[in-house]
Design a protein around this ligand. Structure first.
Ligand code: KIV
Length: 264
């Protein structure tokens, strides 16, 4: 069965969480979708985990289109969401042109990072039939402005701002909101107030879905891992078993636990 935007909205109405992870190639796309992951995110995190950069900023639209085509060939019915990379949606013509490249490469929806300033772009994309996910909270493409990869929405005023931005973007036509590194309480408020599904990463267990970078959930790579990551290879003997364990833990709300969340 193929997952569509309406499948994800049905999950939200039934209060059944769905699982999302990144995929950048055909093999991992196959493994993750066969394990029951409902959404494959071709994330610009590929700049860090595949290309070895220390941020997502160097990733180009051509690279995103290439990896989206690879994922599309291995996918077994998941919805494919592709990231629009840094500075490829700053003007409306650029945004529409670059979204077209990702959709023609096999994406079913695009993801953009930012707040209320995205309203016009989201409205235009929606009008032209392109489903959109808006990424709020910690937005890695703005790491230089944010001063590092830090928890966002910590004060009441900041949390209200994230909520207001999310509501405006939903109103503009966003089909999904993704929030990264925010307090659990804010993740809960967003899931309750928005009609569209809210995907969380480091946003607590109340959101409508969870996402992880596939390398993180398989315990691959060097360096210190963020607090919100869990290595599902521990206790599982194969990649397929680890991915199934991730899907099951998301659906039963066993993941994320308190130890993976920001309870500020
Ligand atoms: O690029 C990515 O992998 C992402 C996730 C961290 C949500 O945007």
């Amino acid at each position: 069965m193929s997952v569509s935007i309406s499948t994800l909205h049905d999950f939200k109405s039934r209060r059944e969480p769905f699982a999302v992870c990144t995929a950048y190639d055909a093999t991992f796309a196959y493994e993750a979708s066969a394990a029951g992951v409902e959404v494959l995110l071709v994330g610009d995190s590929l700049g860090m985990v595949l290309q070895g950069y220390d941020s997502t900023l160097p990733v180009t639209i051509e690279e995103m289109a290439y990896h989206t085509r690879c994922v599309s060939r291995g996918n077994q019915g998941a919805l494919i969401m592709a990231d629009m990379p840094f500075m490829t949606y700053g003007t409306l013509p650029a945004c529409l042109d670059n979204a077209m490249k990702l959709m023609q490469a096999g994406a079913h929806m695009v993801k953009l990072e930012g707040g209320a300033w995205l309203e016009e772009s989201i409205h235009s994309l929606a009008r032209q039939g392109v489903p959109v996910c808006a990424h709020l909270g910690l937005t890695p493409q703005s790491v230089n402005k944010l001063g590092g990869y830090k928890v966002q929405g910590k004060t009441e005023q900041q949390a209200d701002q994230v909520l207001q931005d999310a509501l405006r973007l939903e109103q503009a036509g966003a089909d999904i909101i993704l929030v990264e590194c925010i307090p659990t309480r804010l993740g809960q408020r967003l899931a309750e107030k928005l009609s569209v599904p809210v995907i969380g990463i480091g946003a607590g267990h109340h959101t409508d879905a969870q996402v992880l970078v596939i390398h993180d959930l398989l315990g691959l790579g060097k360096g210190k891992r963020p607090k919100f990551v869990k290595n599902f290879m521990q206790g599982n003997e194969s990649i397929q078993a680890a991915l199934k364990a991730y899907v099951s833990a998301v659906k039963t709300r066993q993941f994320p636990g308190e130890e993976h969340s920001f309870n500020l």
